[in-house]
Design a protein around this ligand. Structure first.
Ligand SMILES: C[S@@+](CC[C@H](N)C(=O)[O-])C[C@H]1O[C@@H](n2cnc3c(N)ncnc32)[C@H](O)[C@@H]1O
Length: 320
């Protein structure tokens, strides 16, 4: 892990209003067809199995992760876009921190999960809106307006067109706003190996998938769990996974890792250069090296902003 840069985060007061135009844009859903032919993992089905287990501890972990990344205690008065919201956990966390939140996902089941969280934890809350849409759909994105924070964690590498997705969603960041993305690291041969695993997982009949997950689980978690046993703290890392970090479930994350297709990877250098060319400065970078997680990048969009209107709101926590 390496922290390359840290600088004041500037967040804009408000982007153009999206008024009441935020609604599901009629479109032929490619999603089901892609899942049926094994080209796409059914992410939302996996999130469905997480949503029931989302409790205060997980929500607090998600909030802590946002607060640490953005270097703020509150998002009051800020607009937050959760692009590829998955379960909706981070939308909920941002809303609880005071942001006006817009969430969307390409997978209808993910959208349903976010709606379940809205109903369960924020019933009737007009400050959190949820839609079905794609980060590749410029027309849809244009209806959303601009945001002080655009958060797209672990999403853009699952679109099938990662670089276009980065370009398109970056445009939604208001001048001076924050762009937080997490992308799989390019590990060369191991990345190609995992791509083959993911293709296999999605191509085989459903009853053959659990053994693939168990083998991957043994590879991914075996050494850590063995170390816990040797330290006389069996399963400690497993138990702490949801309470620390991002508040996710370790088993759901294993399934997401094994199944997650489409799958693209990027080196940190390529991402920093490419997003820099779009008019962003890097604030923080966490790299995962040979691990399974994502590299995390937090950028600030250059431009007027924010310092004049809303002021600097925080200093992202240094990591690593
Ligand atoms: C690994 S999950 C991450 C979910 C969430 N951002 C999080 O941090 O937990 C990836 C999500 O990206 C969504 N996704 C994939 N392609 C997308 C696209 N073109 N537009 C929007 N969301 C997409 C998937 O449906 C899935 O819910």
């Amino acid at each position: 892990m390496a922290a390359l840069a840290a600088r004041a985060l500037c967040l804009a007061d408000a982007g153009p209003s999206h008024g009441e135009v935020l609604q599901d844009i009629p479109r032929v859903s490619r999603h089901r067809e892609e899942v049926q032919r094994g080209a796409r993992f059914a992410f939302g089905e996996n999130w469905r199995l997480l949503v029931d287990g989302i409790d205060d501890a997980r929500i607090h972990a998600a909030e802590a992760s946002l607060r640490a990344g953005l270097g703020v205690d509150s998002l009051m008065g800020k607009r937050f876009l959760d692009a590829g919201c998955g379960s909706g956990l981070f939308s909920l966390a941002a809303r609880r921190l005071g942001a006006e939140v817009v969430s969307f996902d390409f997978d209808p089941a993910s959208v349903s999960c976010a709606r379940v969280l809205l109903e369960r934890f924020r019933p009737g809350d007009g400050g959190w809106r949820i839609a079905e849409g794609s980060v590749l759909d410029e027309q849809f994105l244009a209806t959303l307006g601009e945001f002080d924070v655009v958060y797209s964690w672990g999403v853009l590498h699952h679109t099938g067109a990662m670089w276009s997705a980065i370009d398109r969603v970056a445009v939604r960041v208001a001048p001076g706003g924050t762009f937080w993305i997490a992308l799989y690291n390019d590990q060369g041969l191991p990345s190609r190996f995992w791509l083959a695993v993911k293709k296999t997982y999605n191509a085989v009949p459903a009853f053959l998938r659990p053994p693939i997950v168990w083998i991957a689980f043994a590879r991914m978690w075996g050494p850590t769990l063995l170390r816990d046993v040797l330290r006389r703290q069996p399963m400690r890392s497993w138990r702490e996974y949801g309470r620390t970090g991002r508040g996710m479930s370790p088993w759901r994350d294993v399934v997401d890792w094994v199944g997650g297709l489409p799958f693209e990877v990027a080196s940190p250098e390529a991402v920093v250069c490419s997003v820099g060319d779009l008019g962003f400065d890097l604030l923080t970078l966490d790299t995962r090296g040979r691990g399974y997680g994502c590299n995390e990048f937090i950028f600030a969009r250059r431009g007027e902003g924010v310092a004049g209107r809303g002021g600097v709101v925080g200093e992202p926590a240094r990591r690593g």
